[in-house]
Every structure is written in structure tokens, then in C-alpha cells.
Design a protein around this ligand. Structure first.
Ligand SMILES: *[C@@H]1O[C@H](CO)[C@@H](O)[C@H](O)[C@H]1NC(C)=O
Ligand SMILES: *[C@@H]1O[C@H](CO)[C@@H](O)[C@H](O)[C@H]1NC(C)=O
Ligand SMILES: *[C@@H]1O[C@H](CO)[C@@H](O)[C@H](O)[C@H]1NC(C)=O
Ligand SMILES: *[C@@H]1O[C@H](CO)[C@@H](O)[C@H](O)[C@H]1NC(C)=O
Ligand SMILES: *[C@@H]1O[C@H](CO)[C@@H](O)[C@H](O)[C@H]1NC(C)=O
Ligand SMILES: *[C@@H]1O[C@H](CO)[C@@H](O)[C@H](O)[C@H]1NC(C)=O
Ligand SMILES: *[C@@H]1O[C@H](CO)[C@@H](O)[C@H](O)[C@H]1NC(C)=O
Ligand SMILES: *[C@@H]1O[C@H](CO)[C@@H](O)[C@H](O)[C@H]1NC(C)=O
Ligand SMILES: *[C@@H]1O[C@H](CO)[C@@H](O)[C@H](O)[C@H]1NC(C)=O
Ligand SMILES: *[C@@H]1O[C@H](CO)[C@@H](O)[C@H](O)[C@H]1NC(C)=O
Ligand SMILES: *[C@@H]1O[C@H](CO)[C@@H](O)[C@H](O)[C@H]1NC(C)=O
Length: 599
């Protein structure tokens, strides 16, 4: 375990470092530090064992990505050598210190709604598959990753009913393409409050705080006592920190309850072009579940089924037949409710109807496995929702795989257990290279990994009109970053400006954390990509046809930007201005799209 690695000297050094830097992991970090091996290492099959060294590196890399995304003043023991202090004046316009936290994606915005989803997801995964972090000595890095986000979220919640929901103006930020030393200043901070509330974002932040307070709690009542439910928390418990997180969770839950029917973009128009929320009812119900577990409130837990029913969340049109992501929480609700119900079976007897939740969870999961409703599968086997998957196609698939891996041990029959675990593995294998492109869609893990993630930080370029060619080769390897993913025909072009396929984001990596931890716990065989030797991937013909690339039909520039804005709901920051520049600069350069790729 990470905790036991430090010698007395190292501990002392850590204590000193803690006094001299803003934020540091509370657990002592491994010495020597975990650093990602180069991509060729991922083409050498391991000799197995447990934990499997290839899964260990994948989990380590997935966490390392978050370190590359850090904003603010970086500690002296930073692992990403090419990152610098940045955006130190965030929050000044509001008289606050809102420096720190994470850059959301390939640009320099800081966005509370998807950050909250990411932290909730990371803590949920570490509650269930925590042993995966422990056995690979990644727990201290997990602690570090979580605190970097949670400590910022605490600063963004300076009073009970004030929550900062975004830093930087998307129109302005998207016009900048360059490194972390010249980020344009004048980064406004946007808040919700009593006069301009946001049920969705307050509930989402409450859920993140509550989930993480459970993970950090020093009470053993959160440990699974049922041996058929193999959940295990990562060993980073700290009762003081847990209490701090819980107090923020409570205040935000009260705030969301007082203003229980508002969308935050109606209060803060600046988020309309980044992460507008399509509903608040899912966020509210999901947060109620997390709060009931974190506070041990059986009555609230019992009420969540009424909420779910009154809000008609079980109606496929309200999200049960759709993706689980930063905007759509519905599929996670019955899975979490089943988990809580199962774990609290003895304490909360008679307080709920576990069967009702289980049946909702299985309605969703069976729909995905059987390809019913909106859940489609590409020719190569990727779960695909028209619309939701048109940008960042891997995200709905990996999130479904994460929910299934978690739910499988609680399934109502052996056959379902098997079906869910098999399906989950198929999606993860696809993401890790078992796909028609023979590309593992995680940067730096194999020679066939993407070379051109859409990331202003990593690119090394500063010419927004020549994102793809300046520089020819991306300056830094963004190890561990999950990219958006292929199109619905399983094609992936690896073009830097093609943000629907190549952008990186905090929430894209979140399900990989849980899945890699789950495999690190149990799986002695390698991740799929060790089968793939250099040269297996080759760029397809023609060019993408998506929100960043003209398909050949003569869309006007205005229509192009408008399309980007509408599509942002599916999960990515709109890169409208870049799309505009690309259109001007590359729009006519590529052979016109001839429809070859259409189904
Ligand atoms: C627990 O967390 C608190 C708050 O972050 C920190 O001050 C303290 O040092 C931590 N305790 C241990 C034992 O890590
Ligand atoms: C990758 O790392 C190995 C040792 O871990 C080294 O032998 C090899 O030269 C490196 N390859 C590249 C391309 O840097
Ligand atoms: C950090 O600073 C160094 C030294 O100036 C520079 O080479 C590097 O590109 C910077 N990193 C980023 C992400 O801009
Ligand atoms: C409340 O939030 C709105 C919307 O972000 C903002 O315009 C207003 O200034 C805030 N109120 C206070 C008192 O800060
Ligand atoms: C249960 O939780 C406590 C935290 O109170 C932790 O210290 C302990 O290791 C856990 N036990 C198991 C078996 O996971
Ligand atoms: C848990 O942490 C709290 C706050 O630090 C402390 O008061 C309490 O004694 C701890 N309980 C256990 C069982 O360690
Ligand atoms: C803030 O919220 C907490 C928890 O909901 C509550 O206990 C506290 O009294 C509130 N503080 C103020 C100043 O309203
Ligand atoms: C929302 O608030 C209203 C007014 O305070 C209250 O009547 C209603 O029960 C609340 N709804 C939920 C789901 O909490
Ligand atoms: C749980 O909720 C149901 C439906 O609202 C209610 O009939 C039942 O009495 C509640 N159970 C408890 C123990 O509060
Ligand atoms: C343990 O969990 C399984 C699966 O949900 C369940 O069937 C069983 O009743 C549980 N056992 C106890 C003692 O709670
Ligand atoms: C993983 O290993 C644990 C013991 O470490 C075991 O309880 C659990 O059933 C295994 N899970 C799977 C999915 O094989």
C-alpha cells in the first residue's frame, strides 16, 4: 500500500512539503514516483500475475492525466515536467481565490458541473473497486487527484447558497490556442446564488461532496459486510476531511432543495455554450441518494423512490433509455439505489423496496445489452446513441461498462451477472484496441494510441489557424488521456482539430478509473492492447464528417457554428471559433466527402 512505502525521512520531507505548498496529498506519495512508461511498453505482453503490471500502469496513467490538467500553483513535486503554474488570479473579480482545480478539457475553462460529475464518479469507483488502487500503490495519487478537485470545489462554495459554476468566458477562451503561460487574463467567474439559483449544479456538487465524504469516512459502517458484494473502499480514510466534505454536501443539498426546479443556465447564460443542463430532476434525485447514504438517513432513502416515480424518471423519454454522463444521471440512479439498499439491508430493514430499484436497474442494463430502444451498436461493437455519441462516442460506452461492472454482482440471476460483465468487458476491450482501427483510445499506452489529442496544453502550438500542422508532432505526450473516440462507422482519423474525436476531458477519463481499478483487483491477463504492435493503426481515407469537419455538403459558416452550439449538449465544449477557423483554412483542402462512409 502507498501508505507504507515512505521511510521516516520521506515522511518528514512530505510534512515539510505540506507546509510549503498549497495543496498536497495527505498520504505520502510513492518514492520513486510512479511515472508513465513510454508507449512501446504497452506492446510487450506481461507475464501476468496480480496485480497485473499492465493494468497497474493503465490505472496510474489514467490518474496521471488529471495531474496534467491541473490549474493554479503546482507543487514542487509535480510529476508532469512540462506543466507550469497558471491562472493564479482566478476569482479576483469576485474578491476570492478561485485558483487551482482542473482545466475541463482541451482548453482552459474550469466548469463545475462536469467537474462534480467527475469527482462523484471517481469517488464512487474508489468506494467499490478501491482495492485496485491499494494493490497497485495508486491510492496516494487518488487522494491527491481527489483533493486537487475537492479543495477547489470547497473554494467555489464560499457560503451556503453561493456556488461558482464556471471560470472563464467560453467565447474568449476558445479564441486562445497555446500553452499554459500565456492564457488570456480577464477570466470572469460565474456563480449561482439565492437570487439566481441552479438546482442541477448545486445537486451535482452536493452529490460529489457526499460520495467523497463516504469514501473518506473513518466509519466502518460503509464497508461491505456481504461477501457476495465484493465492494472495497480505497484506504485513504480521514475523518476530519470527510466531515468537511459532508458539511458542504449538506449545505448544497439544502440550497438545491430550497430552489428545487431551476436549470442553472437560466441563471448563468455563460454556461449555455459549455455545459447546459437538460434537466434538474435527475440531479436532484441522484443527490438525494448520495445524501441518504452519507448521512445514514433511511427516510430520505425511502423518499427517493417516490421522487423517481413522481418525476417519471423511469419513463424512457426522461433518460432511462440514454447515456449516463455529466448531464444524464438517470441510469445511475437505480444502480446506486440498488447498491445502497443492498449494503444497508440489515440497518434499514423495511424502509424501502429494493426489488423496485433492481427492476429499474435491469430494465436499463438489459436494454443496453440487448440493443433495445436508443442503444445501438456500431459494426465494430461500440455502444452508440445517435446524438449523445456523435461527439465523444467512447464516453457513453465506458460509462455503461462502469455501471455494469458495478452492478453485475448484485444482478438478480447468474445469467444476468454474466451478461453484464461480458458486455462491460466488450466495451472496455473496444476502447483499449479491440476495434476495427486497432487503436487503443488512451494516449501513450501503446504505439497505436492517438498521437494528436485535441489539447491546447499538450499541443505545443500557438497558431489557432494551423492547429493540425504547427507543430507537426504534438509537443507533449498526454499520458493516460481518453480521447473522444471514433465515429459511428468505427473510423478514427487522429486529427488534432477534430475535437469530437480527439478532445480530452475530465469526465472522459472518469469511467476508466473505475474500470482499470476493477481489473487491477482481479484480472491477471493484460489489457487488450498488448496484442497490438506498432503500425497496426492506419489513418482511414478521406476525412471526418462531424461538428468540426465539413462533410462536403455546403454548410454555411454560420450554420456550422450553430450546429456546434446545439451539439454541445452531447458532451463537449463547443469549439465554435476553431471550427470557424478550420472552415476558413482547411474547409476546402480535403477531398470532398463522397458518402463512402455512410452506412
Ligand atoms: C486529514 O485531512 C486533513 C484535512 O485535509 C489534514 O489536515 C490532515 O493532515 C489529514 N490527516 C491525516 C492523518 O492525513
Ligand atoms: C521506451 O522505453 C524503453 C525502456 O523502458 C527504452 O528501451 C526505449 O528506447 C524507449 N523507447 C522510446 C521510443 O523512447
Ligand atoms: C511550461 O514552461 C516551459 C518553460 O517556459 C515551456 O517550455 C512549456 O512549454 C510550458 N508548458 C506549457 C504547457 O505551456
Ligand atoms: C447572483 O448570481 C447572479 C448570476 O450569476 C449574479 O449576476 C449576481 O451578481 C449574484 N448576486 C450576488 C449578490 O453576487
Ligand atoms: C473498513 O473501514 C475502515 C474505516 O473505518 C477501514 O479502516 C478498514 O480498513 C475497512 N475494513 C475493510 C475490511 O475494508
Ligand atoms: C473519525 O474522525 C473524527 C473526526 O476526525 C473523529 O472525531 C473520530 O474519533 C474518528 N473516529 C474513528 C472511529 O476513528
Ligand atoms: C449552512 O448550512 C449548514 C448545513 O445545511 C447549516 O447547518 C448552517 O446553519 C448554515 N449556515 C448559515 C450561515 O446559514
Ligand atoms: C420543491 O419545493 C416546493 C416548494 O418549497 C415543495 O413544495 C416541493 O415538495 C419540493 N419538491 C421536492 C421534490 O422536494
Ligand atoms: C417508505 O415509503 C413508502 C412510500 O412513500 C411508504 O408507504 C412507507 O411507509 C415508507 N416506509 C417507511 C418505513 O417510512
Ligand atoms: C448479499 O447480497 C446478495 C446479492 O444482492 C443477496 O442476495 C443476499 O441476500 C445478501 N445477503 C445478506 C446477508 O444481506
Ligand atoms: C475479485 O476479487 C475479490 C477478492 O479479491 C473477489 O471477492 C471478487 O469476487 C472478484 N471479483 C470478480 C468480478 O471476479
Amino acid at each position: 500500500m502507498a501508505r507504507s512505502i515512505g521511510s521516516a525521512g520521506l515522511l518528514l520531507l512530505c510534512v515539510l512539503l505540506q507546509l510549503t505548498t498549497d495543496v498536497l496529498a495527505q498520504l505520502s506519495l510513492p518514492n520513486p514516483a510512479f511515472l508513465p512508461p513510454n508507449a512501446s511498453w504497452g506492446a510487450v505482453p506481461s507475464s501476468g500475475g496480480s496485480p497485473n503490471p499492465q493494468w497497474t500502469v493503465l490505472l496510474g496513467d489514467a490518474l496521471y492525466f488529471y495531474e496534467a490538467q491541473r490549474s493554479g500553483r503546482l507543487p514542487s513535486n509535480k510529476r508532469v515536467p512540462w506543466r507550469n503554474d497558471s491562472a493564479l488570479n482566478d476569482g479576483r473579480d469576485a474578491g476570492l481565490d478561485l485558483s487551482g482545480g482542473y482545466y475541463d478539457a482541451g482548453n482552459y475553462l474550469k466548469c463545475t458541473f462536469p467537474l462534480s460529475f467527475t469527482l462523484m464518479s471517481a469517488c464512487w469507483g474508489a468506494l467499490d473497486f478501491g482495492k485496485g488502487y491499494d494493490v497497485t500503490s495508486q491510492t496516494a495519487y487518488l487522494d491527491d487527484m481527489l483533493r486537487w478537485g475537492l479543495d477547489w470545489l470547497i473554494k467555489a462554495h464560499p457560503s451556503n447558497s453561493t456556488l461558482f459554476v464556471q471560470v472563464a468566458d467560453p467565447d474568449y477562451d476558445d479564441a486562445y490556442w497555446g500553452g499554459d503561460q500565456n492564457i488570456p487574463s480577464g477570466r470572469p467567474s460565474y456563480q449561482v446564488n439565492d437570487t439566481n439559483p441552479g438546482t442541477d449544479v448545486a445537486a451535482a456538487a452536493s452529490a460529489a461532496f457526499a460520495a467523497c465524504s463516504i469514501l473518506y469516512s473513518n466509519s466502518s459502517s460503509y464497508n461491505s459486510t456481504n461477501s457476495s458484494i465484493p465492494f472495497s473502499r480505497a484506504s485513504l480514510q480521514n475523518g476530519t476531511y470527510s466531515q468537511t466534505l459532508l458539511s458542504h454536501a449538506r449545505a448544497l443539498w439544502d440550497f438545491a432543495s430550497e430552489h428545487n426546479s431551476t436549470l442553472y443556465q437560466d441563471s448563468v447564460p455563460a454556461v449555455k455554450d459549455t455545459y447546459p443542463s437538460s434537466d434538474y430532476r435527475d440531479d436532484y434525485t441522484f443527490a438525494a441518494l448520495w445524501m441518504s447514504w452519507a448521512t445514514g438517513d433511511a427516510v430520505l432513502y425511502n423518499q427517493t423512490l417516490d421522487m423517481y416515480n413522481n418525476f417519471q424518471l423511469g419513463n424512457p423519454d426522461n433518460g432511462l433509455d440514454g447515456a449516463f454522463n455529466w448531464d444524464g444521471k438517470v441510469p445511475g440512479i437505480p444502480v446506486l439505489a440498488t447498491q445502497i439498499g443492498t449494503m444497508m439491508q440489515e440497518q434499514w430493514q423495511g424502509y424501502y423496496d429494493l426489488g423496485a430499484w433492481q427492476s429499474q436497474a435491469e430494465t436499463y442494463l438489459d436494454g443496453v445489452v440487448n440493443g433495445e430502444g436508443r442503444a445501438k451498436t456500431t459494426g465494430g461493437g461500440l455502444l452508440y446513441y445517435d446524438g449523445d455519441s456523435d461527439e465523444a462516442s467512447l464516453n457513453p460506452a465506458l460509462n455503461a461498462a462502469m455501471l455494469m461492472t458495478r452492478y453485475a454482482p448484485m444482478a438478480s440471476s447468474q445469467q444476468k451477472k454474466w451478461a453484464y460483465q461480458t458486455y462491460a468487458n466488450s466495451q472496455l476491450d473496444y476502447a483499449l484496441g479491440n476495434n476495427p482501427m486497432k487503436a487503443p483510445y488512451v494516449v501513450g499506452v501503446n504505439p497505436n494510441s492517438p498521437q494528436n489529442p485535441h489539447s491546447a496544453l499538450a499541443s505545443g502550438g500557438n497558431d489557432i489557424s494551423h492547429i493540425d500542422t504547427v507543430p507537426e508532432q504534438e509537443a507533449y505526450v498526454l499520458y493516460g488521456a481518453v480521447v473522444g473516440g471514433p465515429d459511428k462507422h468505427d473510423k478514427f482519423w487522429d486529427i488534432r482539430s477534430d475535437w469530437p474525436e480527439t478532445e480530452v476531458a475530465l469526465d472522459y477519463n472518469a469511467p476508466l478509473l473505475a474500470l482499470a481499478a476493477a481489473h487491477a483487483m482481479n484480472d491477471t491477463s493484460d489489457p487488450y492492447y498488448t496484442n497490438l504492435q506498432a503500425g497496426a493503426y492506419s489513418k482511414p481515407k478521406y476525412h471526418p464528417c462531424d461538428a468540426a469537419f465539413d462533410c462536403g455538403s455546403k454548410l454555411s459558416t454560420g450554420a456550422k457554428i450553430a450546429m456546434g452550439v446545439c451539439l454541445s449538449v452531447a458532451g463537449l465544449i463547443v469549439f465554435g471559433l476553431t471550427a470557424y477557423w478550420l472552415y476558413l483554412n482547411f474547409g476546402n483542402k480535403f477531398p470532398s466527402y463522397d458518402g463512402v462512409n455512410r452506412a
